[in-house]
Design a protein around this ligand. Structure first.
Ligand SMILES: O=C(O)CCC(=O)C(=O)O
Ligand SMILES: [Fe+2]
Length: 379
């Protein structure tokens, strides 16, 4: 039986299995050294807490088909600010990709490749620094400004993932230089965050227009509440990659994610019932629609399941920027629902207006378990 939450009551016959699993989770957590710590110690078997096979998440099921139509769309942003005809064409491409895939890759986005490379390197250096120094940042307190941890949902998800993570809120309140570990290169994290903020504005404008709304619609919707979280994942090499996953299949809990990945590969997107590889493209950035955008667009744009395979090769580094709302901001509940302008008699709302707290409580309460987090909010 799947034991998915440390607080859930469990039948007596499963108690010993539950206790053992909980003990193993705690023992792993208390090393404060993550999956990298296991690999550094020379582990040659995947510990049972990481075993996903029992839960049907085996990484090598439903292999990616070859052939045309199974590459995520690439959108060239060249000319977007200077050529109105080009801009209209880009908006059309953003609309097609957001409706059909929920994922696309942008090229010629204007961010120098040196900034991308140095950002990946900064995250690598954070994870590969002296473990004793790194441990000082290990925490599960999501309110901390700088977080290092393995598996945000370690105690909630049915299986742990082969992944460690660095998290830092960069908008609206970036950490001070002295709050960031020296090896992390504050200068490069700050530069990358500023680039993300500005690319985020461009993408919000394109998406607003692709939804048929005025250019500034989404920007105004999140005005004063915008929150950008920078998340630097480290996927160590795995001795038995067929038993676990780098990330269980999930959809993101935000409006939009911009993802930078290195050249190792492993990210897959569910498209027409196939797992499609998101092949690394040097200089490209992956953009995906998150649950909050699916909700406010009333399912016009889709937040799509994606996962990361574990691999013998590694480490793999990726850096995701999540465009969210600051939460909680003040005492008043924050509601979100399908945008009024997108609703009509022929297109009635498919979600109720929700307090975003309900959504986040649900998302974090269940962890990554392969199930869409928006389902309970459908009408
Ligand atoms: O590492 C990746 O390629 C994907 C990470 C991801 O999906 C996430 O952080 O939500
Ligand atoms: Fe994701």
């Amino acid at each position: 039986m799947a034991v998915s939450n440390q607080n859930k009551s469990i039948p007596a016959e499963d108690e010993s299995k539950y206790d053992r699993r909980n003990r193993e989770l705690r023992a792993f957590d208390e090393t404060n050294a993550g999956v990298k710590g296991l690999v550094d110690a020379g582990i040659d078997k995947v510990p049972s807490i990481f075993n996903c096979t029992e839960f049907g998440f085996n990484g090598y099921l439903n292999a990616t088909p070859d052939g045309p139509g199974f590459d995520i769309p690439i959108i060239d942003l060249d000319g977007i600010q200077t050529d109105p005809a080009r801009r209209s064409e880009i908006i059309r491409q953003v609309q097609d990709a957001s409706e059909g895939w929920g994922f696309f890759q942008v090229i010629n986005h204007g961010i120098p490749s040196s900034v991308l490379e140095e950002t990946i390197d900064g995250i690598r250096q954070f994870h590969e620094q002296d473990t004793g120094v790194k441990k000082r940042f290990y925490t599960r307190d999501l309110r901390s400004k700088v977080i290092y941890m393995s598996n945000f949902d370690l105690y909630e998800a049915p299986a742990a993932n082969w992944r460690d993570t660095f998290v830092c809120g960069v908008v609206p309140n970036p950490p001070d230089p002295e709050e960031l570990p020296g090896v992390c290169r504050w200068d490069i994290i700050r530069e990358y965050s500023m680039q993300m903020k500005s690319l985020g504005i461009t993408l919000f404008e394109l998406i607003s227009e692709a939804l048929g709304l005025k250019r500034g619609y989404l920007k105004e919707l999140v005005e004063d509440e915008e929150r950008i979280l920078l998340v630097g994942h480290y996927y160590p090499p795995c001795p038995e990659p067929e038993l676990t996953l780098g990330s269980t299949s999930h959809q993101d809990d935000d409006f939009l994610t911009i993802l930078l990945q290195d050249q190792i590969g492993g990210l897959q997107v569910l498209h027409q019932n196939h797992w499609v590889d998101v092949v690394p493209d040097r200089g490209g950035l992956i953009v995906n629609v998150g649950d909050l955008l699916q909700l406010i667009s009333n399912d016009k744009f889709i937040s799509v399941q994606h996962r990361v395979l574990a691999k013998r090769e590694g480490p793999r580094i990726s850096v995701a920027c999540f465009f969210k709302l600051q939460y909680p901001k003040g005492d008043a509940p924050r509601h979100l629902g399908p945008i009024q302008e997108l609703i009509s008699e022929g297109n009635p709302p498919v979600y109720r207006h929700i307090n975003v707290k309900e959504y986040f409580d649900h998302f974090y309460g269940k962890g990554l378990d392969g199930n869409p987090a928006l389902t309970p909010f459908r009408l």
